[in-house]
Design a protein around this ligand. Sequence first.
Ligand SMILES: Nc1nc2c(ncn2[C@@H]2O[C@H](COP(=O)(O)OP(=O)(O)OP(=O)(O)O)[C@@H](O)[C@H]2O)c(=O)[nH]1
Length: 239
Amino acid sequence: MNSGFERTSTTSFSGSKVQVRMAKTVFVGDVGVGKTSILNRFCRDTFDDTYRATIGVDYEMERFWILNVPFNLQIWDTAGQERFKCIAASYYRGSNIIVTVFDASNLESLSTCQRWMDDAVGANSVVPIKFLVATKMDLVPQGHQDKIHQLGLRMANLMQAEYWPISSKSGENVELFFRRMAALAFEIGLANEVKEGLTSRNAQLQRESSIVHPSQRDSVNVGQRTSLHMSRCSSCKNL
Ligand SMILES: Nc1nc2c(ncn2[C@@H]2O[C@H](COP(=O)(O)OP(=O)(O)OP(=O)(O)O)[C@@H](O)[C@H]2O)c(=O)[nH]1
């Protein structure tokens, strides 16, 4: 079972080495919608008006501290250009979070979001956490922003995703959005870890309960109710 967390890197924490939990995030969406700019704003606090197409995929790693626990977001920025689709799609597997981005000043890019999301989700055996991001909000006139939110929310509902309007140029909501991603991934991953722990503990108890002392064999099968106490081997102490 997949807890949702990988633990590949270590960090020094209060003088001792601890393994750092990590979630994989993939950004998808049409060409030029602003995926790379979101990462540039968050990771480097920069913004560039010049468009440079992503070739295949780019990668960033960001460290968060949640309740004093280190947590890494591994972030994959994929190319929107059709010719890179195959390369980009090979990075969808094993995602904890999928972020589908559209350009709020070009609603054509909203119409393709469902397809981007479906493709990325389809590559995963466990459904990832889903976000729909409307970026370039600074280009949308004030009087038109409510309309964008309505359309964005409707699409997000269809996708069962969380909707976030942001601007990489002004920085609006960018930091909050990343904190939300990290917090949600951390919370869900931790809940899965607890569930996994309980499942393996139950399996262990079941295995232990199937160790039957010969003298107790007759007394163990009472219909469907197999008592842990009865079936425990008497030579196994402190279980
Ligand atoms: N005004 C404004 N322009 C933006 C914003 N975000 C991105 N842009 C511009 O939009 C263009 C495309 O941005 P990118 O971040 O490169 O788009 P992308 O989705 O990574 O593009 P691909 O790599 O081709 O998939 C660039 O010229 C950016 O400067 C924004 O929030 N506001």
